[in-house]
Design a binder for this molecule. Structure first.
Ligand SMILES: O=C(O)CCC(=O)C(=O)O
Length: 283
């Protein structure tokens, strides 16, 4: 069974049965004021690193909560890393945690993070697309380079953004993210990271920015930004939690059938506004 920081399934279950303490709920919903420089950086580069968005008791609580959800979601997977597919060796992927574990909802719905997404995209409102924990196991493989929006049936990929939060320290050797700055302006190319990854030729001349993070730091990157993550050379789990947002008003694009895996897809037709119960307006 997957091991996470000595956590037992009984402890994990009790954490997931709990209610977010009011002081932590307050922190999840604070206002974060981005500077003009930060917004310009995101616009130019297609990603940003923001230090210390969560700290103290809120960070400690969130870490344990997400660890608990990952442990419970993966508890029946007895395979060792070498028995997994190359894609699965990149991370333990646990999506839709806020729907599977109501205790996670307060974090995922937090206006602190959604507000940053809104201000980076310079839009009036943002909706939740989905959340997913991405824990890279000790010895875990690199995450192949890709553009997130290739996997989403969303009409305007430039109005999507992924927040990636470090729940523990994520230095380079633990498999931090890296980004190709400005690559959101490059051509789109589908990369099948699940079965047959490749690196587009036009990235060969591009420089990358490596993004080591302290616990509580976040990165945001647009759905068009090419990025990946390094391998985890350490003996510890790399604990990352993501929330993906899109601008309110964005529409469903069913052109590519392989993208229709999201919970909201069965309710939507091509061209519909994406406004289902699984994609609530957060700010
Ligand atoms: O966590 C990882 O290794 C990759 C994350 C990623 O590609 C993403 O969140 O878009």
């Amino acid at each position: 069974m997957v091991k996470i920081d000595g956590l037992t399934t009984i402890e994990a279950q009790s954490m997931l049965n709990g209610i977010t303490p009011s002081n932590i709920l307050k922190q999840y919903n604070e206002t974060y004021l981005l500077s003009q420089e930060q917004m310009q950086f995101y616009k130019n580069n297609g990603f940003i690193i923001i230090k210390g968005v969560l700290s103290g008791s809120a960070l400690a609580y969130t870490r344990k909560l997400i660890q608990s959800a990952v442990l419970i979601q993966k508890k029946d997977d007895e395979r060792s890393l070498k028995d997994k597919t190359p894609y699965q060796q990149s991370f333990l992927q646990c999506g839709f945690l806020c729907w599977n574990f109501p205790a996670v909802k307060d974090y995922v719905f937090g206006k602190l993070f959604a507000g940053i997404a809104r201000d980076l995209m310079k839009v009036d409102g943002v909706r939740l697309w989905h959340d997913q924990a991405l824990f890279k196991e000790a010895g875990g493989r690199k995450t192949d380079v890709h553009q997130d929006s290739s996997y989403w049936p969303i009409k305007q990929p430039e109005l999507t953004t992924t927040m990636w939060m470090a729940l523990n320290e994520v230095p380079e050797e633990k498999g931090c993210l890296y980004f190709y700055p400005g690559s959101h302006k490059l051509p789109r190319e589908y990369i099948d990271i699940f079965n047959n990854p490749h690196k587009p030729d036009f990235l060969n001349t591009g420089k990358t920015v490596i993004a080591p993070l302290e616990a509580g730091d976040v990165t945001f990157h647009t759905g068009l930004t090419y990025h990946g993550a390094l391998e985890n050379k350490t003996k510890e789990m790399r604990e990352g939690m993501t929330v993906i947002y899109f601008a309110d008003g964005n529409r469903f694009d069913s052109t590519d059938a392989r993208n229709a895996t999201h919970k909201s897809c069965s309710e939507l037709k091509h061209g519909d506004l994406i406004n289902t119960i699984y994609t609530p307006l957060l700010v």
